[in-house]
Structure formats: structure tokens, C-alpha cells
Design a protein around this ligand. Structure first.
Ligand SMILES: [Zn+2]
Length: 397
């Protein structure tokens, strides 16, 4: 016998098929993974496979599609979206600090975590519907940044969230997303929508989620999930969670060769890994996170280590300042810019100081910049200037 969850999931996937058919989407079955997916009749996409990242060729054909006349920044796209959703009756929610203490992850990885205290701490159910532009960090992308276009460890999750949503309300929200994406110049003809039912567990028990993944010309932009989250002392909570990657939308809109083309200072050069590390580190420090051996502070330390070991000698501090200003467009800084850059600098140079200290068997560094450490070594400890200068060269890239 089927569980109640399973039969409602089946009813919902039938509702999706009906909803898509009414909007002239054609249904297909993927020759590679067997999933159901949808495309418009005049799509340019190859519809033999679903366009899911495991089934397509990993190319991004959208880059050759016709471009809009004027490029848009992520912040401009965000404000157009928030205006659209406000006019559609959504409230704008204030983003959370990236350090997460309520849920199961150290850092906020998705906007839906605005409900963490309700899901995990039995707080009162909410019934409002909101638009949220939530800065997020996903560490699992770190090894992919350099090798795979379109990935970054930090991004803005633009989402609409509705707790207690009926399934038809969820589909209405999907409709809203199709409208705003079209308004931004991303035509539905160029999308493939993949349907998936998956089993999740957010710590309160297993549940099945019905998800629709939106792939634009080979680039996965976001997904619409309908969740029924089990609760120990009350009925399962329904959530309509529809989230997109703002920077990916910006890439799709602007159609530059590389995802990072518009996500780095115009005059700077360097690897994606370097820019990505600065970008995420700036977000962490802007939220008041300090280096530590566990939790959010450990992630901060990891990026500092990459920057000190592989990129010391590059002016990463002006790049950090650039990204501080980027994130400040989305989340209120809990620290001023100069203090933030100084904290990042101390952590990056801590590794450099330790390396020089070890190489030359010097008195240990304090919590100080490399300049301050050397100053102390030269004027207080009588260390040879030329040995120090030679040692510092070995730390530089
Ligand atoms: Zn597939």
C-alpha cells in the first residue's frame, strides 16, 4: 500500500503535467535518465536528453542566443524581480546573516532556511509569502570553480517562499517565475524543465519533494520545490520553495563567454579560484565571521589559506574590497569595510608569517600583518633584512 505522502506526490506530478500542457509545454522522457521533462514546441534545444547536468554535454549553448541590447548587473536584475514580486503580492524579506545557528549547516546554503527556526524549533507556522534575495555559500562547489564554468562558492539565492502553500498556489508561483524570467529576456522557448521526485531529510524525518529544474540553454538556473516537512508534534508543513541563482540568471541574461566575466573587477586578472575565494571571503567577513577551527570561522580560514598559499603577492585586498561592495548591495554589513579587509588580511598573512617564521626559525608571529611582523623582527629582534626579503619571495606566487 502506498503511503499518503507517495499518493499526494503522484497527484502533484499529475497536476504539474496538466499545468504544463495548458501552457503549451510538451512532455518528453529523457533517453539517458528516464526523467520526465518539458520543452516548448519551437525549442532550439536538443530534446532527446533532459538537459539535467548529468545528461547533457556540459556545454552552454545559451551563450550563442541573441542578446538583449543592454547588459544588466545582478543588483539591477534583483531589483526588477523584487518589484515584480511586490506587485504580485509578495513581501520582501530581509536576508539572514550567512552564519547559520538554527539549522543543520554552518553557513546558509538556501533562502528556505528562513524557516529553520520553525522547522527545527517548533516556532509558530508562518503564512505570508515572501521574496528573498539571500546570499549563500556552498562549499561543495569549491573543487569545481576552476574546472567548471558557471560555478561559484557564493551566490545570491533569489527565491519566493510560502509556508502552508497549497499545491495550486505553488504552481501559481511557478507561473510568476516564468513571467519575470521572460520579462528579463529569457524566453520560455529556450528552457527545459525537468521534473524529479526526490527523498530528502532535513533532520525531522524523511519526506518526498517534487522538484522542477529550470535549465536555460544548458544552464541550470534554479528549481521549484514543493516540500512536505515532517514535524514531531504537529502535522507536516507544506512549503513552496522556488529559488534561482541570481548570478546565473545574470550570466544567462548577459551571455558573456565566462560566468566570471561580470563578477570580477574589470581591470583585474587572475584565476577563477582566486576571484571566487576573495568573493566568498568578503561575504563571510562582511557578516562578522572571524577565523576559527570549526563552524563558519573554519570556512573563512580555508579561503584565507588558499589566498595566502597560492595568491600571496597579488593585491587581493583591493579585490576583497570590491566584493565587500558587491555583497553590501544585498546584505547589511555588520562591520565597516576597512575593518573587514583588515580582518581578512590578518588571517591571510597569518599563514605567510608562520611560513617565514618556520623557514628562518624566528620568534613566533602575533596576530599581525606581515609588514608589522617584519617591522618587529627588524627593529626589536635584530633580524637580517635581506634574509626576510628573500624568505618573503618564496611565499609569493
Ligand atoms: Zn536526463
Amino acid at each position: 500500500m502506498k503511503s499518503e505522502q507517495e499518493s499526494s506526490a503522484n497527484a502533484n506530478s499529475e497536476a504539474v503535467k496538466k499545468f504544463m500542457a495548458e501552457r503549451k509545454w510538451e512532455m518528453h522522457s529523457c533517453s539517458a535518465c528516464g526523467r520526465t521533462f518539458f520543452s516548448k514546441p519551437f525549442t532550439k534545444m536538443d530534446v532527446s536528453a533532459c538537459g539535467w547536468h548529468k545528461c547533457d554535454k556540459g556545454e552552454y549553448p545559451f551563450r550563442t542566443y541573441s542578446k538583449r541590447k543592454r547588459m544588466l548587473t545582478p543588483a539591477q536584475i534583483n531589483s526588477r524581480m523584487s518589484e515584480y514580486f511586490r506587485s504580485a503580492g509578495f513581501d520582501t524579506a530581509i536576508p539572514m546573516n550567512i552564519a547559520n545557528f538554527e539549522g543543520q549547516t554552518d553557513l546558509v546554503i538556501a533562502g528556505v532556511q528562513m524557516f529553520d527556526d520553525i522547522i527545527h524549533r517548533n516556532q509558530k507556522i508562518r503564512n505570508d509569502k515572501v521574496f528573498l534575495a539571500q546570499p549563500c555559500v556552498r562549499m561543495q562547489f569549491q573543487p569545481l570553480v576552476e574546472s567548471q564554468e558557471g560555478t561559484s562558492t557564493s551566490f545570491v539565492n533569489v527565491c519566493i517562499e510560502k509556508m502552508g502553500a497549497e499545491f495550486f498556489e505553488h504552481l501559481q508561483s511557478v507561473d510568476h517565475w516564468c513571467t519575470i524570467l521572460s520579462k528579463l529576456g529569457l524566453h520560455m522557448n529556450d528552457f527545459i524543465v525537468v521534473m524529479r521526485t526526490s527523498i530528502k531529510d532535513w533532520g525531522t524525518g524523511k519526506f518526498s519533494a517534487l522538484e522542477l529544474f529550470f535549465s536555460y540553454g544548458g544552464l541550470e538556473l534554479g528549481d521549484a520545490a514543493y516540500l512536505l516537512i515532517p514535524q514531531p508534534n504537529r502535522p507536516a508543513i507544506a512549503i513552496s520553495d522556488i529559488g534561482f541563482g541570481l548570478e546565473r540568471i545574470a550570466w544567462a541574461v548577459n551571455k558573456t563567454d565566462s560566468y566570471f566575466d561580470t563578477l570580477m573587477p574589470w581591470t583585474a586578472t587572475g584565476t577563477r579560484e582566486m576571484f571566487d575565494s576573495c568573493r566568498t571571503m568578503a561575504l563571510l567577513v562582511l557578516c562578522g565571521i572571524q577565523a576559527a577551527n570549526k563552524g563558519p570561522g573554519l570556512q573563512f580560514r580555508r579561503f584565507a589559506k588558499v589566498l595566502s598559499e597560492k595568491y600571496y603577492g597579488v593585491d587581493v585586498y583591493s579585490i576583497l574590497a570590491y566584493y565587500f561592495d558587491y555583497w553590501a548591495q544585498f546584505i547589511k554589513p555588520s562591520i565597516n569595510r576597512e575593518a573587514a579587509i583588515q580582518l581578512a588580511r590578518l588571517e591571510i598573512e597569518r599563514f605567510v608569517n608562520l611560513k617565514v617564521c618556520e623557514t628562518l626559525r624566528l620568534p613566533p608571529p602575533r596576530n599581525e600583518t606581515t609588514e608589522a611582523y617584519f617591522d618587529r623582527l627588524v627593529y626589536t629582534c635584530n633580524i637580517n633584512i635581506y634574509e626576510l626579503r628573500k624568505a618573503i619571495q618564496t611565499c609569493k606566487t
